[in-house]
Design a protein around this ligand. Structure first.
Ligand SMILES: *[C@@H]1O[C@H](CO)[C@@H](O)[C@H](O)[C@H]1NC(C)=O
Ligand SMILES: *[C@@H]1O[C@H](CO)[C@@H](O)[C@H](O)[C@H]1NC(C)=O
Ligand SMILES: *[C@@H]1O[C@H](CO)[C@@H](O)[C@H](O)[C@H]1NC(C)=O
Ligand SMILES: *[C@@H]1O[C@H](CO)[C@@H](O)[C@H](O)[C@H]1NC(C)=O
Length: 289
């Protein structure tokens, strides 16, 4: 109790140094409860990205600095085993991995309870992959660590032709998963030398999907850093409309990113509402580094 109130006052003190989101009351969320050491400043949460093979998982589990483990789930085969299709840790076009979802979750949850200090974000590349993962996830998830379920559910900038995961099916399936954080994104078509943004219509479509699905989960919106940098007004509106939601910045290594604009977006959104999972080369240029 005493410890809690100390965290609380520290959090209020710290958040007052950053501009606070207008509707933010992130205190008491799964993440801030599990990671009290960030005092509500979720920009401080550290990520290991694309932990899709055994060697990287072993390294990540041993690395005391990593707080969230992000990984991709595809339908595929486990190396050197039968050719049965199962959920594996792999990013398309890979259809083979030395790490299955089952083994991944088993290793994370099999640590002594007191030493599980890491949360997990699972990025689903297809509905089929999610469908065949439900039983496995429910077997291992005893809600002792934060679990995020991510998919790109809408087509996004710049006129992306990448096919998103069907939003209604995705949300319906995710309701079978208990208390998870939903990470709901747009597909993107972006890269070096390109300029674009999340448009009003992108925000509208996302709001429509959320409103028509009666979602009670915490929500984070993954946004590509270079595009987010150009979309301050749109993203402010999104977060203002969806109470208690957050953004998660992500990026490819060589994306075109206007760093000064991105830093302004981080400042205006508030460090209590923006997770930062970007390559180190970009991370070190941000105000939060
Ligand atoms: C798969 O088998 C090959 C040949 O036996 C071996 O070299 C390789 O290390 C094995 N890979 C895994 C992931 O077990
Ligand atoms: C994207 O599509 C819109 C509407 O069709 C069009 O006006 C715009 O020029 C396109 N942008 C790019 C970069 O292709
Ligand atoms: C980044 O945005 C700022 C503010 O709009 C602008 O002045 C600057 O030229 C941009 N930088 C680049 C590299 O485009
Ligand atoms: C949040 O953490 C970042 C990174 O250390 C820091 O730059 C920023 O000032 C912090 N914000 C608050 C409100 O404490």
């Amino acid at each position: 109790m005493l410890v809690n109130s100390v965290y609380l006052s520290l959090a209020i003190l710290l958040i007052s140094m950053c501009k606070q989101g207008q509707t933010a009351t992130i205190m008491g969320s799964t993440m801030t409860d599990f990671f009290p050491e960030v005092y509500g400043n979720v920009s401080l949460v550290t990520w290991a990205h694309a932990v899709n093979n055994q060697a990287y998982l072993t390294k990540t589990l041993a690395d005391g600095r990593i707080m969230m483990i992000e990984a991709d789930i595809s339908e595929g085969i486990e190396s050197n085993s039968s050719d049965k299709l199962i959920p594996i840790m792999a990013h398309p076009p890979n259809r083979e991995s030395d790490l299955s979802l089952e083994s991944f979750l088993e290793q994370i949850t099999n640590q002594p309870k007191s030493t599980i200090r890491q949360g997990v974000k699972l990025d689903f590349k297809s509905l089929a992959a999610l469908e065949m993962s439900i039983g496995i996830i429910n077997y291992y998830n005893k809600e002792t660590f934060p679990l995020w379920i991510n998919a790109d559910i809408l087509p996004g900038p710049i006129n992306s032709t990448v096919k998103p995961v069907n939003p209604y099916r995705f949300l319906e399936l995710s309701k079978k998963l208990g208390n998870v954080v939903l990470s709901l994104g747009w597909t993107t078509h972006y890269g070096p030398g390109m300029v674009g943004k999340y448009k009003d219509t992108d925000i509208e479509t996302m709001l429509h999907v959320i409103n028509s699905n009666n979602i009670l989960n915490e929500i984070s919106f993954p946004v590509r850093a270079g595009l987010a940098a150009e979309s301050l007004d749109e993203l402010l509106r999104l977060l203002k409309t969806v109470k208690h939601s957050t953004l998660t910045l992500w990026s490819h290594e060589n994306d075109n990113v206007n760093v000064s604009k991105l830093n302004n977006v981080i400042k205006e959104i508030g460090c209590d509402r923006i997770y930062i999972d970007v390559p180190e080369s970009l991370r070190k240029q941000l105000i939060t580094s």
